[in-house]
Every structure is written in C-alpha cells, then in structure tokens.
Design a protein around this ligand. Structure first.
Ligand code: COS
Length: 356
C-alpha cells in the first residue's frame, strides 16, 4: 500500500517489490508443489486474492498471469514434458507466462478467432494478431489460441509460443484508463514458427475448451480481487467519514452517509461469501462454471458500485488524484470487461441453467 502512489506515478511496479514477491513464492502459488509451486487450494488462493485486491491491481497483475491464465492451460491440459519444462520456470518467476486469446475481431466471440496455425513438416506456422494481452511486454511464453481446423470453437488449438519465436513481435504498449503499472499490448504473428510439440496436450482442436477451463478458474480469482478492492474502499470511506466534519459532526454520524457505507459493506460481504463458497466447491471437484460466472458478474458489478459510493463519501476530495480511492474508481472498471464481460457471464449462467 505505501507504494501505490509510486505505481501510479511511474506506471510500473518497483523491481524490489517484484523480487520480494519472487522470494515469497507468489509467482507459483497455484502451481502444484511437484513442479515447484506452493500448490494452494482454490480456497487458499481466493483468500490471497482478497488481500491482493486490497491494494493497487498492478501488484496482483505481476503474478496474476503466472498463476492463472498464463499457466493453467499447461496444468489442466499440458503434456508431462510441457509441465516439467514450463511450470518450474513459471513458479519461480524466472519465466513470465501470458494468455493470448483475444483478437481485433474476436473478443466476446472467442470461438471466431482468425489467427491461423498451418502445419509445415515438424513445425506450425502462425499468422494473426492478438490484442490487449496482459503482461505481453514481459512475457517469455504465451498460451496462444490459433485455428488449425474449420470455423467455430472446434477448429481452435492451444499452443505454447515462446516470446523469442521467429516471426513474433509486440505492438506498442497500450495506454489504458487505469490499472497503471500493468502492461498490455498486441502480439503480432507473422509467419511465426513453433515446433509441432508446442500444442498443449499434443492434440489439435482442443484449444477452445482449454481456454474456457482456464477462464472458469480465472473468473473466480478476479471475483476475489473485486471483493478485496471493495473491502479496501469501504475502509477508506469509513476512515474518511470519521474524520471529515460537516454540520458540526463527523459525516460518519450522518445517516445518509451511513446508508452508503452500509450498502457497500453488505454487498462486499455478499461477494466474499459467494467467492468462498464457490472456491470450496471447486476444491471438492464440483462443476463451478455457473457459480464462477455468477461470482464474476456480481463481484465486478458490485465493486463498481462500491467505488462510486466511496468517491461520493469523500466528496470533492475523492475526485482528486491524491485520494486513495481515485485510482480504484478507474482500476475496477476493467473487472466488468476482461475474462468475459458481464453480459458474457449472464449468457454463461443462462445457458448452464437451461442446458439439458
Ligand atoms: N467451461 C468448460 N467448457 C466450456 C465452457 C466453460 N466455461 N464454455 C464452453 N465450453 C465448451 C462447451 O461445452 C462446448 O463443448 P462441446 O463442443 O463439447 O459441446 C465448447 O466449449 C464450445 O462452447 P460453445 O458452443 O458454448 O461456444 P460459443 O462459441 O457459443 O461461446 C462463450 C461460448 C460465449 C461462453 C465463449 O465464447 C466465451 O466465454 N466468450 C468470452 C471470452 C472471454 O472471456 N474473453 C476474455 C479474454 S481472455 S482475458
């Protein structure tokens, strides 16, 4: 938390903090112990997401892709050789993983992606552009979805593409509304060649399902981050309300202010309960597609409302960059967009409820 202003000003996480994260094992907290990670359960992992959400999103983002979308494809569907090579490197933070699904013309409709992968002897040749790829400027390896077959989800294959592959280049770093200190950019594939054994799991046509499995888990993790941010915003709002005097007393004693605080606490608490319950079910091996989507839908929308109220409680001070709530107001907007918009979560929940 003391480094939040520095992250905002420099648009980077201080290297000393990244090193400390490495030493704590945070790059591998969700990677199994046999591959050098901490092997946390999902319940333990969301407990950590609550903590990391309590501060600038950039800190969690440093380790977010290695533990989530940048490594989980290998964990859930990778071959033993892929696990043995990549997971210890990702767990130690020696390598940074990233996830490349989105394209200029394939966002919510991920199954329509156009990047192609064509077999050429013992290699695949990849062509296309991936967009808004988190941690791409730092990445050593991408879990990258490309089309090896016909149209739709069934024609998609997941590849492990090292960032130094010939034909791979990066676009300019994106200028974003918030989440300063996190970097996204395009990943451009121009006759990019990878070995045939770069296919995750070694089988063509399974890449869409790998991506979806990765996202189920990722959505729950983001929900935990939203809860942590909401709790921080509640604490900031309460702290300000207790010291700000208007009409002769702290504004915390005015009932209209208390109403805003009460609504925010209630919603953050509801989100926490959803996330913990879903994590417990995940750890028991239950299907949690609907619950993870519901958690993401509720928690990301909830933290938007909580951030708005926190600024309202702070009044004009909350609009100033010096306020601790100002960057959260911008940062949390992303949670309703990435790893599936709120509307995509609604579609997933509706389909799950009515299937069969
Ligand atoms: N978990 C596991 N499997 C899933 C799944 C999930 N959440 N969602 C879909 N699948 C499976 C389906 O069961 C289906 O399998 P079968 O072919 O065996 O029946 C297959 O994947 C194709 O699914 P579907 O037909 O539902 O695909 P659609 O093209 O209709 O798309 C949505 C489904 C909209 C849910 C998907 O495109 C999506 O999640 N879009 C958002 C993408 C996203 O989050 N992007 C963010 C970028 S990553 S930071």
């Amino acid at each position: 938390m003391p480094a939040e202003a520095e992250v905002e000003a420099s648009n980077a996480v201080p290297p000393a903090i990244i090193q400390e994260m490495r030493e704590l094992g945070l790059f591998g907290l969700s990677i199994p112990e046999e591959y050098g990670g901490l092997g946390l359960t999902m319940e333990e992992e969301v407990a950590l997401a609550f903590e990391l959400g309590y501060t600038s999103a950039a800190f969690r983002s440093v380790i977010g892709t290695n533990n989530g979308i940048g490594s989980q494809g290998i964990i859930v569907d990778g071959t033993e050789a892929q696990k043995e090579y990549w997971l210890p490197r990702l767990a130690s933070g020696e390598a940074i993983g990233s996830f490349a699904l989105t394209e200029p013309d394939a966002g919510s409709d991920a199954g329509a992606l156009k990047t192609t992968a064509v077999r050429d002897g013992d290699r695949y040749v990849l062509n296309g552009t991936k967009r808004y790829i988190t941690n791409a400027p730092l990445a050593d390896v991408f879990t990258l979805m490309a089309r090896t077959g016909g149209p739709g989800p069934g024609g998609i294959t997941a590849f492990l593409v090292p960032s130094d592959s010939p034909g791979l280049s990066l676009g300019a770093v994106d200028g974003k509304m918030g989440q300063r200190g996190t970097r996204t950019c395009d990943v451009i594939l121009d006759d990019c060649r990878v070995p045939a054994d770069a296919i995750i799991g070694g089988v063509e046509g399974r890449g869409f399902k790998t991506a979806m499995k990765v996202l189920n888990r990722g959505r729950l993790n983001i929900s935990g981050v939203c809860v942590g941010a909401a709790e921080r915003l509640c604490d900031e709002a309460v702290g300000f309300a207790k010291t700000r005097i208007q009409f002769g007393k702290p504004i915390a004693e005015h009932q209209l202010v208390q109403a805003m605080l009460a609504d925010s606490f209630t919603e953050a608490f509801a989100g926490r309960c959803m996330v913990v319950e879903t994590a417990k079910r995940y750890d028991c091996g239950e299907r949690i597609i609907k619950e993870a989507a519901a958690s993401k839908l509720y928690c990301s929308e909830m933290v938007g409302r909580v951030a708005d109220r926190a600024v309202q409680v702070h009044g004009g001070a909350g609009y100033m960059q010096a306020s601790p709530v100002e960057h959260f107001y911008r940062d949390v907007r992303l949670f309703r967009l990435y790893e599936g918009t709120s509307q995509i979560q609604q579609i997933i929940i509706g389909r799950e409820m009515t299937a069969g």
